[in-house]
Design a protein around this ligand. Structure first.
Ligand code: OOG
Ligand code: MG
Length: 262
């Protein structure tokens, strides 16, 4: 670790305050260029501890930057992982108050719900599919706290991978009922398709993102608990949204899920 515990705590407070007050900030590596991966995940963890101390509940986990479309859009090369708490959860068809967000974007995702825990190292898509109870469509609303969504990987990890809101819905299906590589994904904004893809855009198979998360946690002596909901990462590039927009995600054989922005 390159940063002191005091600096980690101060950066966590800064980033969380930006989230809660919908204010942006330059990326934190500008002032801390020697920050390392452990520092970045430690800052994310302090943000989680701050939320838990206020009574938040962890409702799931997320993988991000798992598709080439997303990596290219953000100019980075590796996936990142974050947490989901109850304050991020939206009901199907909910209205998102954009005044609480800085510059929201939406992403089409496949969500996994596990019936068994997953533990790395050595976790692979076979183990993920065996541990999966069902998969369903999800829209993630990301909202980087960094000015103009300009960040590097360590900064975005510290910022809990831009997590802000998410919704899951549509039709939950068992993993053996769907080929998650060829499943078609259509994201519509105001009735027009704005991003299209197939599941294989996510690391060749969305379950590979879950395996990577299990292996990442395994290196830290942690596991993905049974019952977890996990977002496997945007299938396409993220799409900016504004007040007045309606967004619907349709996933082949898995129904649709929608959000409105006001
Ligand atoms: C980082 C979060 C990316 C995804 O699904 O790729 C993410 C960002 O692009 O701001 O959640
Ligand atoms: Mg995402």
């Amino acid at each position: 670790m390159a940063l002191t515990p005091e600096t980690i705590a101060r950066l966590a407070e800064h980033l969380e305050t930006c989230q809660l007050e919908a204010r942006d900030t330059p990326k934190i590596t500008d002032d801390h260029p020697d920050m390392d991966w452990d520092d970045a995940y430690a800052i994310q963890d302090v943000i989680l501890q701050r939320k838990l101390a206020r009574g938040a509940r962890v409702v799931g986990l997320k993988a991000g930057l798992t598709s080439h479309a997303k990596m290219k859009q953000m100019g980075v090369t590796d996936p990142v992982f974050g947490f989901l708490v109850d304050e991020y959860t939206l009901a199907e068809g909910a209205t998102v108050n954009t005044a609480e967000l800085i510059h929201p974007k939406v992403e089409p995702e496949i969500a996994f719900v596990l019936k068994h825990a997953l533990k790395g190292p050595g976790c692979h898509i076979g183990a993920v599919l065996a541990a999966t109870d069902f998969v369903l469509p999800g829209i993630e609303v990301i909202d980087s706290r960094y000015r103009d969504f300009k960040f590097d990987l360590k900064s975005v990890v510290a910022d809990n991978t831009s997590a802000a809101r998410f919704v899951v819905g549509g039709q939950a299906v068992r993993p053996e009922q769907v080929d998650l590589r060829t499943v078609g994904v259509v994201l519509e904004k105001n009735g027009q398709p704005v991003a299209l893809g197939a599941g294989a855009a996510v690391l060749g198979h969305p379950a590979a993102a879950i395996a990577m998360l299990a292996n990442h946690l395994g290196r830290r002596g942690q596991e993905i608990p049974a019952g977890s909901l996990i977002l496997s990462g945007g299938v396409t590039e993220a799409v900016a949204v504004n007040a007045g927009d309606n967004v619907t995600l349709r996933v082949q054989g898995m129904g649709s899920v929608s959000l409105r922005f006001a």
